[in-house]
Design a protein around this ligand. Structure first.
Ligand code: ATP
Ligand code: MG
Length: 160
């Protein structure tokens, strides 16, 4: 899969839905180089949707901004999904990919959810030989990154 093209398609598909929800959603400029990865498009979509759903759910109703970006780093293609939501406390950050974990459940009961979204995302990323992680500042927002190993294309290889 050409990851840049794939993200452009996803972003375009999501745009209408995001506008309806009043979310300022966009894809940043992509690197000129094509980044090829081996991935199941449907599963990758699941990961993106789970992360984006969180970005919307854990932000103020007034003005949620989400930006996707992609870059190459150490033989991996890395997708960043950045939001300007409530952020995640430092002590909760190591646990957000655990099954059924929800940071500050009392505050979150209103938003609902089972705490599985990111656990599923993590499982899918690992199936792809990739990684998922997050950085966050309470009150400022969260960035989730998804790293996938680059596919080494051989001469005349039409796959990926
Ligand atoms: P589900 O996705 O199953 O409906 P959920 O959203 O609670 O439930 P996860 O998606 O796994 O579960 O997220 C785990 C927890 O991490 C959330 O409950 C929330 O506390 C925190 N979290 C995840 N993404 C964000 C984000 N973008 N901003 C702030 N907190 C987040
Ligand atoms: Mg979720």
């Amino acid at each position: 899969v050409d990851l840049g093209g794939y993200l452009q398609d996803c972003a375009q598909e999501l745009q209408f839905d995001m506008e309806k929800k009043g979310v300022d959603f966009g894809l940043r400029e992509l690197p000129e180089k094509k980044l090829l990865v081996q991935a199941d498009r449907e599963k990758l979509k699941r990961v993106l949707l789970n992360v984006i759903e969180n970005a919307i759910k854990y932000s103020d109703k007034s003005g949620c901004t989400i930006r996707m970006a992609m870059q190459e780093m150490d033989g991996m293609a890395v997708i960043h999904i950045e939001d300007n939501g409530q952020g995640i406390p430092e002590e909760a950050l190591p646990h957000i990919f655990d099954r059924f974990y929800r940071a500050d459940p009392s505050r979150n009961t209103a938003t609902g959810g089972s705490g599985l979204g990111l656990a599923i995302a993590k499982q899918i990323m690992e199936e792809h030989g990739g990684r998922i992680g997050a950085t966050s500042t309470v009150g400022r927002g969260t960035t989730v990154y998804l790293a996938l190993p680059l596919h080494q294309r051989e001469q005349g290889d039409k796959r990926a």
